[in-house]
Design a protein around this ligand. Structure first.
Ligand SMILES: O=C(O)C(=O)C[C@]1(C(=O)O)C=C[C@@H](O)C=C1
Length: 364
């Protein structure tokens, strides 16, 4: 390519950037107008709701449907995700608590869902995220709920039994683990590998093959593991990209998870009910009386009405030994007439039924 061609293309890019800039600014001014309209139409004592997950899902889906490349759909939606995040911040900067410390996959999930223009607050434990949301110190919380290799995150399920929380969104994240070392680490004398227990389990086979005799130490998060090895000379950590970048660690081995499709699903929790989008999921907790056939009775109405169950999890209930609660996710919104009638049928048989929330299916 000649210098002249390159110069001409850059002039074109400059002129396109000017247009993109003007359009983004116009969009941002529009969002400010939206905020004004929301404020003006409030009834007395009503609190304005600036964040609208159902609308955000619609915007992102539209972008993906209309995109004609060459950028991929996900890439394009990611760009619009950030534009919308900044527009919302003009209306009201969202405060989001997540399972920290900084650099965790939960932080990455929070950014994927809300974009980067939020005020994010790392919490030391899942229960603390719930408490922070319940106290109204933040608008939303982000917690992991299930991993494709290791199953349910029981701390999260149990926290739903203790707190009244509304689920208002979900996000799935591909989890890639790396073996990380600090600049002082002597790589031939690693005697200890730190990580979160779930991540150690997700890399069990790789560790058995490559570091069979090295002590595996479970710590509170992958980011905490990364932080520890920074100052140690004989240890390594298993953590992801964010933690590696944050603590300036080197990747001794990349993508060491046993299953290449290793993914974690995260939930956004808050107090805001989300209206239907036409492509939603609902999460409920049900406790049934301890009698034969109880689970069958619970599942039949879903089957009879063709409602697609996406997950069922059992946890010991807090109210008695050997009694259980079921966490169920299914496709549909609790305001859909069909879902409503199924929930009514179940509540006739159940000891207790609680709708944790209906929310748009993850777009990104
Ligand atoms: O449509 C709205 O209600 C807006 O506030 C605008 C907007 C956007 O930028 O598109 C911003 C924030 C909301 O969460 C959803 C959408």
């Amino acid at each position: 390519m000649s210098e002249q061609e390159l110069k001409a293309l850059r002039v074109r890019i400059d002129s396109l950037d000017e247009k993109v800039l003007e359009l983004i600014s116009e969009r941002a001014r529009c969002a400010q107008e939206v905020a004004r309209v929301k404020m003006a139409s409030l009834a007395e004592g009503e609190v304005p709701v600036f964040y609208r997950p159902e609308r955000e899902a619609q915007v992102l889906k539209r972008v993906m449907e209309r995109n004609q490349g060459p950028l991929g759909n996900e890439e394009m939606a990611r760009l619009f995700r950030e534009i919308m995040s900044s527009c919302l911040a003009l209306e009201q900067p969202l405060k989001v608590a997540y399972l920290g410390p900084e650099g965790t996959f939960t932080q990455a999930a929070a950014m994927k869902h809300f974009g980067h223009a939020v005020i994010s607050k790392p919490m030391a434990a899942i229960d603390e995220v719930f408490r922070e949301v319940a106290a109204g110190a933040v608008n939303f919380g982000v917690v992991p709920v299930e991993n494709s290799t290791e199953g349910a995150v029981n701390h999260t399920l149990d926290s739903f039994l203790e707190h009244d929380m509304v689920i208002c969104g979900e996000v799935e994240l591909r989890i890639h683990h790396h073996l990380l070392v600090g600049e002082n680490t002597k790589t031939d004398s690693i005697s200890r590998i730190y990580s979160h227990a779930q991540s150690l389990a997700q890399c069990r086979k790789w560790l058995d093959a490559h570091y069979p005799n090295v002590e595996r130490v479970a710590v509170s998060s992958n980011a905490e593991a990364a932080k520890r090895v920074k100052g140690e000379w004989n240890s390594a950590a298993i953590a992801g990209d964010m933690a590696a970048g944050l603590y300036g660690l080197t990747r001794l081995a990349e993508k060491i998870e046993d299953r290449p499709d290793n993914s974690t699903r995260f939930l956004m929790i808050g107090s805001q009910e989300v209206p239907p989008t036409g492509d939603d999921k609902t999460s409920i907790i049900v406790s049934m009386s301890n009698k034969p056939g109880a689970l069958h009775e619970l599942l039949v109405p879903f089957h009879d009405n063709g409602i697609d169950l996406t997950r069922i999890e059992t946890r010991p209930s807090r109210s008695g030994k050997w009694t259980y609660v079921f966490f169920i996710d299914f496709v549909g919104h609790h305001r859909d007439p069909l879902v409503k009638s199924v929930l009514e049928k179940i509540s006739q048989e159940a000891v207790a039924l609680k709708v944790l929330g209906s929310y748009p299916k993850a777009v990104l």
